[in-house]
Design a protein around this ligand. Sequence first.
Ligand SMILES: [Zn+2]
Length: 363
Amino acid sequence: MPRNILIICVDGLGPEYLELTPTPNLDRMAVAGGFVIGQSVIPSVTNVNNVSLITGALPRVHGITANYWLDRATGQEHYMESPDFLLCPTVLQRAQRRGMSTALLTAKQKLLRLLDAGADYSLAAESPDADMIEKVGPPEDIYSPSINHWLFRALRVVLREQDPDIAYCSTTDGMMHKYPPDAEESQRHIHGLDAILGEIVAENPAREVYLTADHGMSAKSRGLDLEKLLGATGIAARAIPIIKDRYVAHHQNLGGAAYVYLDDHRLLGDAVSALEAEPGIESVHARAEAAAQFDLLAERIGDLFVLGDQDTVFGQFETGQAQVEVRSHGSRHESAVPILAYNSPLSPTYRMNLDLVAALGIN
Ligand SMILES: [Zn+2]
């Protein structure tokens, strides 16, 4: 029997957002289908997890290890948003090979570019075509509270008019960066998504629907500048903010994980000791160990992989550290994510968000 599949990634949807917001449609789907709290890939950032989801593979296989990275071979820093970085096919490419029709919808243009391989139809809410604007109305800007609602309405139109065999839809986490789960603005946002999803499910009663998140979100109060902290002990290094993307209002380049590249490799042991002694740093992993423990691709990470505790972000600060007030992600503490499967013919065990796609059996 031909399958109709919808995969939704709600960016930044930590489980507490669902706990504190009335979501009658998601609740009904969870009861009728299956729901667990699982784990995202670490570092808990958007590009790494969206690519893990859309490929059903781990970073050591698909090659996306950050939003932003330092290419050791050239010494250049890049956003990791080109599809050229992908080392394995997406589920949309694999579906196409089976003759299935495919669609991709994202909030951010940068994500559309990264995930676009294998999409018969694609659309970013940030820059939609005139046809969709006519049907859904003009979207507000990418930082607006309504951008994800617009995206879900566009998804509804695409399912109705094109009925793709498989669709992948990914929102943006601007609202979670701005508001904690108990804020009224946040609840309006999540409740609105739930309402449109309810309409989508009512119109597509036989479609398999899978919903998860790329990462959660935590309130952070301590900022550490890893380059300056190492510099103070005589160790020259570059610290790359894994979370950095072009949408600075969301991240301010402050995230809970960093890759550190040492000028002199012989100082590796000293650097580990210095960082491990720093309050706010939860763990420090040398490259080979980090690649093994977190399933990362060793060639595309730093000499060190540094993870912050729940309260800490890494970035650039004049004096080496600072008090901050920011909601962000990247560490282990933002890796809990909801995993929902509705109308699924399978009942596999989902441990990680990417297991949803891996279990589809579209190889
Ligand atoms: Zn984010």
